[in-house]
Design a protein around this ligand. Structure first.
Ligand SMILES: Cc1cc2nc3c(=O)[nH]c(=O)nc-3n(C[C@H](O)[C@H](O)[C@H](O)COP(=O)(O)O)c2cc1C
Length: 343
């Protein structure tokens, strides 16, 4: 059996049931979440032949970071439920794999701990209604080594999720939750902004001085508006199907967004249902510069800890390299849209 395919079940054996359920679940009926891996398989490859593929390089860069792989780690909460080292483990594993981790502002690990690792990482932000509070938290992240802010824009409120038994929030110790929030402030202070506009992009750049990635875009017109408002990159995402069920698959939204942003200088990333090297290949051919992986990281962390996360990134990258070799692509730059047939 493929090691990556064994992870969900092995992770579940190591996790309390509400945590395993939380990692896997989607919003409401969970249709978008469930279908996402298959949606990459609605495309087919048109391999090239008679190219020199003796040496394959998966090296690339994102916002100026030189990486050995285009497979990056998506931000997710509750990493310390998978392994006590949580976000520190994923950040370290990413750096060792020549990748990069994006860490949620809802992290269970303090930004200072990540800063002490001495490797680059990105911070994902949910902006609060109180913009001043957000600015303060993001400056802290920047001072602890975050080199970009990833603003999640698909969450004016958390999507509805139904649980078989107890909800995860009933069993997770509070010292593992929201540790970068100011404990002297009441919970209501941290209400998520449901009044975000494109103008917040310029504000975010200004208060942090960091490049801004907008995560959660599914339409070309929105992507273009974000870039015109100052975004450096767009992450095509439906939050792993955890927000709006029946949202379009990222595999299907990606091409129109990549085409709309061609020539703007903005980078395009994608996440959602990426489970195989072939999926990574499809994403790159359809216009993504990099992909982010969410649930498999949590499963790898729960099943095998930090080495598991490193292996996950290495295995997906090795599968990508093999797919490239079989498709006549020696470098990431060789992967062009004509490599894919569209449904
Ligand atoms: C358990 C869990 C927690 C998540 N928490 C966050 C979060 O705090 N912020 C965010 O922007 N996205 C969050 N996401 C969404 C991921 O960043 C990403 O968009 C999604 O997981 C990609 O799909 P995949 O899991 O199929 O790879 C979370 C996803 C999961 C599975």
């Amino acid at each position: 059996m493929r090691w990556i395919d064994s992870l969900p079940q092995r992770a579940a054996q190591n996790l309390p049931a509400p945590v395993a359920e939380y990692y896997a679940q989607g919003a409401t009926a969970g249709v978008t979440a469930r279908e996402a891996p298959d949606s990459w398989e609605t495309y087919r490859l048109r391999p090239r032949v008679m190219r020199n593929v003796r040496e394959i390089s998966t090296a690339t860069s994102v916002l100026g970071h030189e990486l050995a792989t285009p497979v990056l780690i998506a931000p997710s909460t509750l990493q310390r439920q998978a392994d006590d080292a949580g976000e520190a483990a994923t950040t370290r594993a990413a750096a060792r794999a020549g990748s990069l981790a994006c860490i949620t502002s809802n992290s269970g690990t303090r930004f200072e701990v990540l800063g002490a690792l001495g490797v680059p990482w990105w911070v994902q932000a949910y902006v609060f209604r109180d913009r001043g509070l957000s600015a303060e938290m993001l400056r802290q992240a920047r001072d602890c080594g975050a080199t970009a802010v990833v603003l999640t824009v698909d969450t004016p409120l958390p999507g509805t999720k139904y649980n078989a038994g107890k909800a995860v929030w009933d069993i997770v110790p509070s010292e593992h939750l929201l540790v970068n929030f100011d404990p002297s402030l009441p919970d209501e202070a941290y209400v998520k902004a449901d009044d975000l506009t494109f103008a917040d992009i310029g504000w975010l750049r200004e208060v942090t001085g960091l490049p801004v990635v907008i995560k959660g875009v599914l339409r070309a017109d929105d992507a273009l508006a974000c870039v015109q408002a100052g975004a450096n990159a767009i992450q095509v995402s439906n939050h792993g199907g955890r927000q709006l069920d029946l949202a379009v698959h990222t595999a299907h939204a990606l091409p129109e967004i990549a085409e709309a942003l061609a020539g703007t200088g903005a980078e395009v990333y994608v996440d959602g249902g990426i489970r195989r090297g072939e999926h990574v290949m499809m994403a790159l051919a359809l216009g993504a510069r990099a992909v982010f992986v969410g649930r498999p990281v949590l499963w790898a962390l729960a099943a095998e800890g930090e080495p598991g996360v490193e292996r996950l990134l290495a295995d997906l990258t090795a599968e990508l390299a093999l797919t490239m070799k079989l498709s006549g692509m020696a470098t990431i730059a060789d992967i062009t849209p004509d490599l894919v047939t569209r449904p």
